[in-house]
Design a protein. Structure first.
Length: 455
């Protein structure tokens, strides 16, 4: 009897199946993984002498869809990519430049900076040029600056670093050879070329900074505002004018009483203390200091570029923007209904990492102080800027599933994007920069797929 029951169960199992996937109560779709041979034939296996990318086992990286003959989800192995003659030539040239820069040399020379490229060309056979634009930014005159190039069995790059560091310069390789350029990290630590005002000349900025740091002394009790600013103006390069029209719009006049007691205090501190109780502020417009209302200042924002070298924020421009937005007048930014906007500068090539901020003069002063504090506490080399998620909070309120290339914010395939933490405030772009270029709008915002397909 037991034997008969066993035979019946076996027959039912073979005829109808007992798995959940084949049972009547589960009729969902079935998925079968790629069928790969357990023992691939020796003839199909790639040869050990074949030049395969990065020398992975079977000739392909572990994450590749092609794991050998018959792999790749039935598509077959992906053929190794062959370089064009132009690519081979460029690779050989790059390897030559790297070899020349890292070879050990014997040098003992003192020369003007303008003669250094010729010396390197003769001694090491390495093409070398001076970046004249960088020299102007660093304030170095090649015909007057003197460098000492000394090396005893040292790599050329070490000898150049020792010779150029005192001038805040650096030697870098590009496609044409060696170029002597500015070391913007060291320049930033020295307070040189850390930012740039848009629409204000360098000479005017220098005088403006001098005014802001000028120490003044003033003792007033209920003095008319017009008389107080007249006393302060005697110590400055630029005049101080009152925006009477904007003040009258809020019920104020040039005779509004102010009280201030300051001795050997900077001009910026005196102005802040004297004006904030009256809901007034000051700005710099058309080469004069303007005392105006907060509302009027917000209607006339100023643009300023902040470079990120030596702040510890060069790796992620998005983090720098988040830091500014969450720590400096948070309610003044467009994300929370304010007027302030910011946008990353184009990255890549020789462009410096930075952000463009459009806001009031008072907020710019706070932002400047923040970056100065970061530079004072940061040491070491800057981390290269990486591509990061581009966030358009105005249209979506969240990160897109793509990254920007820096030049035209175009989507880059193969990038992994992480969602922003909920506690972070969204970053917005300037209204004129919300629309993407035509060439970028055609790019799909979806998970990238393999480029190669079988014939």
């Amino acid at each position: 009897m037991k034997i008969a029951c066993t035979i019946v169960v076996v027959i039912a199992t073979c005829g109808f199946g007992v798995s959940n996937a084949q049972s009547p109560e589960f009729q969902g779709p079935r998925f079968e993984g790629p069928r790969r041979p357990n023992n691939p034939s020796p003839q199909a296996a790639p040869s050990s002498t074949h030049n395969t990318p990065n020398h992975y086992q079977n000739g392909y990286p572990p994450h590749s869809s092609a794991t050998g003959p018959g792999g790749g989800y039935g598509r077959g192995p992906i053929p190794p990519r062959t370089r064009s003659p132009h690519e081979e030539q460029a690779l050989e040239w790059a390897m030559f430049l790297q070899h020349q820069l890292h070879q050990r040399v014997e040098l003992d020379a003192e020369c003007k900076l303008s003669d250094l490229p010729r010396l390197i060309q003769e001694e090491v056979n390495l093409p070398c040029t001076l970046d004249q634009a960088a020299m102007r930014i660093a304030g170095v005159t090649p015909a007057a600056a003197v460098v000492e190039l000394q090396a005893r069995e040292l790599p050329l790059r070490v000898a150049l670093k020792r010779a150029l560091t005192p001038l805040n310069l650096a030697a870098k390789l590009n496609s044409e050879g060696l170029v002597i350029t500015a070391d913007f990290t060291e320049l930033a630590r020295a307070g040189i070329a850390t930012d740039r005002w848009a629409g204000i000349s360098a000479e005017t900025v220098e005088k403006m900074e001098s005014d802001l740091n000028q120490t003044v002394s003033i003792e007033t009790d209920n003095m008319p505002l017009s008389e107080a600013v007249a006393l302060l103006q005697e110590h400055l390069h630029h005049r101080i004018v009152l925006d009477v029209f904007s003040m009258e719009g809020e019920g104020l006049s040039a005779d509004v009483p102010v009280s201030i007691h300051a001795k050997e205090t900077s001009f910026r501190s005196v102005m802040n203390r004297m004006l904030r109780d009256q809901n007034l502020t000051f700005s710099f417009e058309d080469d004069v200091w303007v005392v105006t209302t907060v509302t009027a200042a917000e209607d006339r924002p100023l643009n300023r570029i902040y470079y990120l070298e030596a702040t510890g924020l060069t790796q992620s421009i998005g983090e720098a923007m988040q830091l500014v937005q969450t720590s400096i007048d948070p309610e003044s930014w467009e994300a929370l209904g304010g007027m302030g906007t910011m946008a990353p500068l184009p990255t890549g090539g020789s462009n410096r990492p930075g952000i463009l901020i459009s806001t009031t003069f008072a907020t710019h002063l706070k932002t400047e102080a923040l970056f100065d504090a970061l530079r004072a506490g940061t040491v070491g080399e800057d981390v290269p800027t990486k591509s990061e998620p581009f966030q358009d909070a105005v249209s979506s309120g969240s990160f897109h599933s793509s990254v920007f290339c820096g030049t035209c914010f175009q989507a880059t395939e193969g990038a992994e994007v992480q969602a922003a933490p909920a506690r972070m405030l969204p970053i917005t772009q300037h209204p004129t920069r919300r629309s993407k270029p035509a060439e970028c709008s055609k790019l799909p915002r979806q998970k990238p797929v393999a480029r190669w397909s079988p014939p």
